[in-house]
Design a binder for this molecule. Structure first.
Ligand code: TMP
Length: 225
């Protein structure tokens, strides 16, 4: 696998000319289940660490001890959409306060497997949960914090279902039908429309090298590297 092209310049976590640590960077990874995020997140983490970067690899729901406990409930216990949404935001609050914000403050690169776009896509578009309530919760919980870059692994739901079936037993979300995942995909598209500078849409139907090349390109296009 090749390295990001222009990325010798990748340097968050370094010190500025004034000696202050430069702010960290927050990159989230999104997509319907089976889109192939995990392989690439791990590859990017390895690539960044090999070049001396301080990297936090984390995930949602989860990432902190408390949030991981909430993840277990959300993924495996039956509950309605309101309970699910509140638990996800409670987990996010703890994860932000105890992991993400401290890592960004020390100048680390945070790679987060899913963040709030997933809530808008799964609970909002997928389950039909009120988007205004989600916006309110987003404001309360995140206090303005958003990823600097969101890599959206986009894949037709039928293709994602084939990939999932080949590798693992499904959780509560993965058992949903194609219509659900079509709505989730539409939900991601809407979030991208609302924040086009933050998002990079990747065609995840290509092979591994093809997806990695698109990640390189998305990183190169960010003015902050
Ligand atoms: P994962 O398998 O990618 O770790 O994600 C766990 C599941 O949680 C996945 O099916 C999507 C779902 N999810 C939501 O429904 N809402 C959210 O806000 C997040 C972060 C994940």
């Amino acid at each position: 696998m090749s390295a990001p092209g222009r990325s010798q310049a990748l340097n968050p976590g370094a010190r500025s000319a004034q000696g202050r640590p430069t702010p960290g960077r927050f990159i989230s990874f999104e997509g319907i289940d089976g889109a192939g995020k995990s392989t690439h997140i791990a590859a990017l983490q390895g690539w960044l660490r090999a070049r001396g970067h301080d990297v936090l690899l984390t995930r949602e729901p989860g990432g902190s001890p408390l949030a991981e406990q909430l993840r277990e409930l959300v993924l495996h216990r039956p509950m309605d959409a309101l309970s699910e949404t509140l638990l996800i935001f409670a987990a996010r609050r703890d994860h932000l306060q105890t992991c993400i914000e401290p890592a960004l403050a020390r100048g680390a690169i945070v790679l987060c497997d899913r963040f709030t776009d997933a809530t808008f896509a799964y609970q909002g578009a997928g389950r039909g949960f009120d988007l205004h309530v989600l916006q309110q919760l987003e404001t309360w919980v995140q206090q303005g914090r958003q990823p600097d870059l969101t890599l959206w692994f986009d894949l037709p739901p039928a293709q994602a279902a084939e990939r999932r079936a080949a590798v693992r037993a499904p959780d509560r979300f993965e058992r949903q039908d194609l219509d659900f995942f079509t709505r989730v995909r539409d939900g991601y598209a809407q979030r991208m429309q609302q924040a086009p500078q933050r998002f990079a849409r990747l065609d995840a139907s290509t092979d591994r090298d093809g997806v990695w090349a698109q990640i390189e390109q998305a990183l190169e296009q960010r003015p902050w590297w």
